[in-house]
Design a protein around this ligand. Structure first.
Ligand SMILES: [Zn+2]
Length: 141
């Protein structure tokens, strides 16, 4: 493992192409692509992919956190609690992220903030045993 990328090197209000994010963080574009496979959200309606600075920051923070504690099978990650939380009613919405990953979003049962979890698309059926997964409406926004 190399040095940790510093989330503060990224401006939350900007969007980045993969090469730009890599340059800002002192990482290789391949590393950024690995993060995307790992669940870093992209604006998938566009090619080349654009990354939101805010998403990169949250991803890096969650990644650092994940090194210490991983989520239980029935938890999403609440950015507000900074911990794994169950979604209210165990209801989540599934949003396509990359071709291989899906973002599950629910409402934290502790603080009512949005909680999310990035999963591999191949695991959606597994998570459907635990959560009530509602498909998101299609959005081109
Ligand atoms: Zn919470």
């Amino acid at each position: 493992m190399g040095k940790r990328a510093n989330p503060m090197a990224i401006k939350a209000a900007l969007t980045y192409e993969i090469n730009e994010a890599a340059a800002a963080l002192g990482k290789s574009p391949a590393t950024i692509r690995n993060w995307i496979k790992d669940g870093l959200p992209v604006m998938a309606s566009r090619k080349p992919y654009l990354l939101s600075g805010a998403d990169i920051r949250e991803y890096l923070r969650a990644k650092h956190k994940d090194a210490k504690s991983s989520l239980a099978a029935d938890e999403l990650y609440c950015l507000s609690c900074r911990a794994g939380r169950k979604p209210i009613g165990m209801v989540v919405q599934a949003f396509p992220n990359t071709p291989k990953t899906t973002r599950l979003m629910g409402v934290c049962d502790c603080c009512n903030a949005n909680a999310a979890r990035m999963i591999s698309k191949s695991k959606v059926d597994d998570f459907a045993q635990t959560f009530e997964i509602k498909a998101s409406g299609h959005s081109d926004a």
